[in-house]
Design a protein around this ligand. Structure first.
Ligand code: SIN
Ligand code: FE2
Length: 217
C-alpha cells in the first residue's frame, strides 16, 4: 500500500509502503528537515568522531561509526555491546539531539509502533565501497521495541533477510530522506547494506549517513 502523506508533488511527497509484515518504508519522510539532521549529526561527530571499530573476530569495519544518546553501540575484540562511555573520548556519548528524538518517535508511530523512546542512536558513515554484512540487531534488552533507520546522502541497497542468515533476501534501495522501520515479527530479521556505489550527493558529497535509533537499555 502507498499512502500520500503530504503535498501533491510526486518528487517530494512522503509515502508509506508496507514492505513485509512489521516492516514499513517511509519514503522522503525526512526531506523537509534534512539539513537540520545533517547539522545535528555533525554536532555529535565533532564531539565523538566516527571511527572504524573492530569486530570480535578482528576485522576492521568498513563503515565508520559514532553514537549519541544514553547508550552507544560499540564493538571490539571483547564483543558487541552497548556502553554509556565513548571508548575513544572516555566520556559519555553526546546527548541525542531533540530533532533526532522526535523524528524517531514520529516515524515509529507512523509505522504502527506507539511510544517509541530511543535511548541510543548509532551514526553510520559509509564511503563508496563500505558495506555492512548481514546481521541481526540483538544487543538491545527488549525486542518488543522497533528499530528506526534514517538514510541521508548517497543511496544504498538494503537487504532484508529472514530469521536465519541463509534465508533469501529482499533488496530495497534507500535514498536520501527515506526511513525504514522494523519491529514485531520482523524485529530479528537479518539485514545488511551492499557496498556503496560511488557518487556525489548535493548535501553530503561522496557519502551516505545512516541514523539507527534503538531502545537499548
Ligand atoms: C545497521 O543495520 O546498523 C545499518 C543499516 C543501514 O546503514 O541502513
Ligand atoms: Fe543493524
Amino acid at each position: 500500500m502507498t499512502l500520500e502523506l503530504f503535498g501533491p508533488d510526486e518528487s517530494t511527497a512522503a509515502t508509506r509502503e508496507d514492505l513485509l509484515p512489521g516492516v514499513v518504508v517511509l519514503r522522503r519522510w525526512t526531506l523537509a528537515v534534512d539539513a537540520a539532521l545533517v547539522a545535528a549529526a555533525h554536532g555529535v561527530t565533532t564531539i565523538s568522531p566516527v571511527r572504524h571499530m573492530m569486530t570480535p573476530g578482528g576485522f576492521t569495519m568498513s563503515v565508520a561509526m559514532s553514537n549519541c544518546g544514553e547508550w552507544g553501540w560499540v564493538t571490539d575484540r571483547k564483543g558487541y555491546r552497548y556502553d554509556r562511555i565513548d571508548p575513544e573520548t572516555g566520556t559519555p556519548w553526546p546527548a541525542m539531539p531533540a530533532i533526532f528524538q522526535s523524528l524517531a518517535t514520529e516515524a515509529a508511530e507512523e509505522a504502527g509502533y506507539k511510544n517509541f523512546m530511543p535511548d541510543a542512536c548509532l551514526i553510520n558513515r559509509y564511503e563508496p565501497g563500505a558495506r555492512m554484512s548481514l546481521h541481526q540487531d540483538r544487543n538491545e534488552r527488549d525486542f518488543g521495541q522497533p528499530i528506526v533507520s534514517v538514510s541521508l546522502g548517497l543511496p544504498a541497497v538494503f537487504q532484508f533477510g529472514g530469521d536465519k542468515r541463509s534465508d533469501k533476501t529482499l533488496r530495497v534501495t534507500l535514498s536520501h530522506g527515506d526511513v525504514i522501520v522494523w519491529g514485531g515479527p520482523a524485529r530479528l530479521r537479518f539485514h545488511g547494506i551492499l557496498p556503496l556505489k560511488p557518487g556525489q550527493h548535493p548535501l553530503l558529497g561522496a557519502q551516505r549517513l545512516n541514523l539507527t535509533f534503538r531502545r537499548a537499555g
